[in-house]
Design a protein around this ligand. Structure first.
Ligand SMILES: O=C(O)C(=O)C[C@H](O)[C@H](O)CO
Length: 338
């Protein structure tokens, strides 16, 4: 059954957060920040008892943990500098810990999968003055340098070295390891398109797949690309989680894009849901970034300017998106007649 999950970027969830999510009918929580788990600061990876405590608390509200994030692999790791072995060990220990808690999906972040300084972030003003994230190639006059082919190959070698250890650990722990596309998906950024295929080709393992972010992929090529990729990766059973967000424009068509509410971007989200269904996707649908509406206290991150990234109590945008997804899921059940 398709379910609704919501991203939080902290493990410090208040009663208000959990009550509101449960009242909205959220099924699961996705933890987006790997360094937020208790134990990571102290020992490098999450503490199992504290994790189980958090899981019990979430379950007591009728929800569960769906996806978590491993401790970050830093630039130090990617450049094989002192301490890199320890970083990877911490991630492997984190996989084991999450496996012991029977958590389904882990995501590893790698420094350098996003190229900054190629597009300019702006505050997009939409319906009724809602604020959303915009990014434009044209108004970025002085662009940053991007890596050379050789530098990129070194980056990939470090990625493959890490996945070479993480994938067997994930398999042994019965956990799926998922990659999120690069956001922003500038050409050649490791997970900006072709690299997603490279992961699947290099690691032909049923535990290796994607947090398929519709928003990021739409930034790269609109709904035609999204439909193609859902069909391709979905048929292979490699979509483990879906980030469901709408976008206006795209880098190749408009030289810019803006994030948008689910009913207010270029894509018909129901079409995408039908495609997901067609390929047998059966995981969580996560509302992901939402515009900031009047009265919201947005969860902002400098790396994605003006985007309201994760859940915050009383977020109108998130409440709207959760309700929208639940209505689409009800329509889907009726449409399928099952
Ligand atoms: O959910 C993840 O793993 C992401 O990488 C999401 C990003 O951090 C962020 O929301 C930008 O899309």
């Amino acid at each position: 059954m398709l379910k609704v999950s919501v991203t939080v970027n902290t493990t410090d969830l208040s009663e208000l957060d959990l009550k509101q999510m449960s009242q909205l009918g959220v099924d699961c929580i996705d933890f987006g920040a790997g360094n937020s788990f208790a134990g990571v600061k102290e020992q490098g990876y999450p503490d199992l008892d504290k994790l189980l405590e958090l899981q019990r608390k979430i379950r007591s509200y009728g929800m569960d943990i769906n996806r978590v994030t491993l401790p970050n692999l830093s630039d130090n790791f990617m450049r094989n500098r002192p301490g890199s072995e320890r970083e990877l060990e911490n991630s492997i220990n984190a996989v084991k810990t999450f496996g012991e808690a029977n958590i389904d999906i882990v995501r590893q972040r790698f420094e350098g999968d996003v190229f900054y300084g190629l597009s300019k972030s702006y505050q997009a003003i939409q319906r009724g003055g809602a604020i959303s994230r915009g990014e434009s190639l044209g108004i970025m006059k002085e662009k940053a340098e991007t890596p050379t082919f050789e530098e990129l190959e070194k980056w990939w070698a470090a990625f493959q070295g890490a996945y070479g250890k993480l994938v067997p650990a994930a398999q042994n722990s019965n956990v799926n390891i998922a990659m999120h596309p690069s956001d922003t998906p500038h050409p050649d950024s490791p997970f900006g398109g072709l690299g997603l295929h490279r992961i699947i080709d290099d690691f032909p393992n049923k535990n290796v797949g994607l947090v398929y972010c519709i928003g990021t992929r739409a930034e790269a090529g609109g709904s035609s690309l999204v439909l193609d990729e859902i069909n391709h990766f979905g048929r292979k059973g490699r979509i483990f989680l879906v980030h469901f967000r709408n976008v206006r424009g795209s880098l190749p068509t408009a030289g810019a894009f803006e994030e948008a509410l689910l009913d207010d971007g270029d894509m018909n989200m129901f079409k995408l849901l039908l495609e997901l269904r067609k390929v047998g996707y059966n995981g969580c649908i996560n509302p992901d970034h939402v515009p900031t509406m009047a009265g919201d206290t947005p969860d902002l991150d400098d790396r994605w300017g003006h985007s309201n990234i994760g859940w915050k109590a009383s977020s109108l945008g998130f409440s709207y998106s959760i309700g929208y997804i639940k209505a689409l899921l009800a329509a889907l059940t009726e449409f399928e007649g099952k």
